[in-house]
Every structure is written in structure tokens, then in C-alpha cells.
Design a protein around this ligand. Sequence first.
Ligand code: MEV
Length: 444
Amino acid sequence: MENLMTTPIEGFSKLSKADKINWIAQQYTQHPKETIAILKQYWNADEKLQNLHDEFIENTITNFYLPLGIAPNFLINNKLYAIPMAIEESSVVAAASKAAKFWQTRGGFKTTILGTEKVGQVHFMYHGDSEKLTKFFKLVKPRLINSVAPIVKNMEKRGGGIKNIELRDKTSDLDDYFQLHCTFETLDAMGANFINSCLEGFAQSLKEEALGYEKFTDREKDIEIVMSILSNYIPNCVVKAEVSCPVSELKAHHGITAEDFAKKIVRAVNIAKVEPYRAVTHNKGIMNGIDAVVLATGNDFRAIEAGAHAYASKDGRYTSLTHASIENGIFKFWIEIPLALGTVGGLTTLHPLVKLALEILQNPTAKELMQIVAVAGLAQNFGAVRSLVTTGIQQGHMKMHLLNILNQLGATEEEKISLVDYFKKHTASHSAVVLAFEELRNKK
Ligand code: MEV
């Protein structure tokens, strides 16, 4: 690439959208006119709607499209769902739909909420006698809780709020380090703003109360608040989703019996349990399903990812989030995963597509959404492991990727139809697609 001369910029955020676009196009791209045309092509014609999206973040220059697909036929606790998924990876929606259909005729998915507790911490340094700190904390704990009463009022009215505040001595890990470990019930809200506001309130009161506590020395009075922030590690905000059926009802697959198929799945899951290299990829496949629904419903997929992977290592070794067993002729496949999700607040009412996705899901509560999302993860994992232990992943993957390759090659609609048909009977690899495409073109 030609070396473009770029210069730093002051006050970029204060420029108009048009000026930002001009600047980025001129400074960082080879063909500014084309750049501007591409960016504008993705603007929404409805100015009000575009403005809404512009204001989600700072320095917006355009929209970034991801496909929103539907995976139908999910029978969850005897209710049928069509699940909206936002994702770029070609095979994910197809795999989810296939797994949903498979289990729909075998009793569907069953789910249980194992807990909904959220966590936040005030991290602070205290230089002094830890017993004195414990006594002080007992005394001021009700005052800390009282200090955030205005923030908590509405949440409490609906049945949520602060569950507990605990003082934790972490000095064996780090000199003078203590924390307030706080737990919350945030109902249908993901709760990040609520939790962080409470924590900042606790921190301020803690500091003020310490300053006025006569039994502390001057040094002890000087509690240093380091930070107050929710934790994305939520081992008690967990949902379980499962499928099960007699082994005999698992269809025979690609020349293997239903029994062998069940055994192969259990073996593959057991490998992911003991082998972290495999577990990471196994869990990545689960997150393909999870993130796609999390994104479509306007939730924070980074928080979900961080929490899920931390949970996968909760016993000291990174392991599979799903489990499989065969007992007394019954095949069982299940997942346990922490999910902090919201169906109110955040983007849920702001983003028209998020609102629509939630409507398609029958406007679930946060608990219901936890169940749907966990099912999407389990279905995805079943689909991936099924392919891996039978045909291999590339067959299905390349079939779905075929259109991407053909689009890259500039195939016409007619050529696409002909080549999709051809690859129903032939193995699709990148080079095989290029070759078949060239042959088809040359024939004309
Ligand atoms: C690809 O996005 C996901 C898989 O690698 C998951 C797996 O290996 O289980 C197919």
C-alpha cells in the first residue's frame, strides 16, 4: 500500500459527521471519493433513524451491517420459538435450525434457572488493624445500604435490589487490599448502571464513615478507594439447558448406528472436558449460538463471553461448558452457563431491530431470555459436534460458505444457481469452487 501521509488530529469528536468522513477518507484511504460513497451507501434513508444510530456511540460515520437470521422450530419448555440471530459466520444459523428441528421431535429443550445473582465490588486499600475494620464494617453496613436508598427504590419496588455486602480481606494476595463484595438482584435489567451506581455510593459512604470513626488511627481513617465496578464473573447467575432421548431415537448418521453416534458425541464432549485446546474451540462453537442471540437482543456480548470463559475455568482448569452422558439407554446433553442479560433498559427499546427481535421472542423476561440463549448455545454445540464426529466440519461449512466465494468471484445469479446445484454432489473447497466457476464461465 502506498504510504499515506497522516497527521494527528485535535478535537475529532467535535467535527461534524461530514467533516469526520472527509478527514478519514483523505487521511487514511487511497480513494477518498469512493470511500465517502461506500460510507454513505450504508446510511439509512430515514434521517431520524440514522440519527438514532449515530448517537449510540461517538464519532459514528456509518452503519456496519451484520445479517439478522432466524432459526425456527426451537421447542423450549414445550413452547415454540423462532430465534433471531445476528452473526456473520455463514453456517451458524443453518446449524442452529438443523439442531432445533432434530430436537423438536425428541421432546425439545428443557431449561432451569439455577440463579440470578449479579456481583459488584468496591476495591480499596486500608492500612491498619483488620479486626478494627471488621467491627467498623459491621457498624456501617446498614448505613452504606441506606446511602443508596434513592437509587435502589424502584428496583426494590419490583422485588430486586441489594442482596448483600460482604467485607473481604484480600491481604494475603496483595498488601492492604480489601473489598466490599456486593451481590444484587436486578430482575429484567442487565443491571450494569444500577450496580455501578450503588457501588460508587457504597464507596463514598465507606470513605466518609471511616473518616469519622473515632477508633481508627489517622492512617486507618484514610481508606483509599481504588475502584468500584460490577464483575462480569457471575457464577451464581446461571441457567441450565438440556436435551435427552432414548439412544435408539438418535437417528443413524452417515453409516454409523444411533448407539455409536451417541457414544461419539459423549467421547467428543469428554475430550473437551479434559483438553483445554479442544475446550476453547468447543466453547467457541457454543458462543457462536449464544453471541448471535445476545447481539440480536441488544445485550452485551463481551460481558457474556468474559463471564462464560471464566465460568469454564472455575474449577482451576479450562473445560467444556457442555456435558453429555448415556445412562440406562438415555442420551443426555446439557449446558450450564452464566448469562447476565436484560430485556429492559439499554438498547432494548432504542434499537428498532432489537425491539423487534424481542417481540419475535414473545417479549421474554430476562430469565426467559437466559433460557433461550442457553438453548441456542447448546443447539449450536450439538450441531458442531455432530458434524465433527460424522462428516467433518468442512462439508457443511463450505456449503454455506459457497455463496460467499461465488459473490467474491462475481458470479451472476444464474451461475450461482448452477454451481450451488453442482456442489450438492461435489465437495466444496475454495479451489474447487474457483475451478468450477472458471469452467462454467469458459463454457459460455
Ligand atoms: C466454528 O466457528 C466453530 C467450531 O469450530 C466449533 C467446534 O469445533 O466445536 C466448528
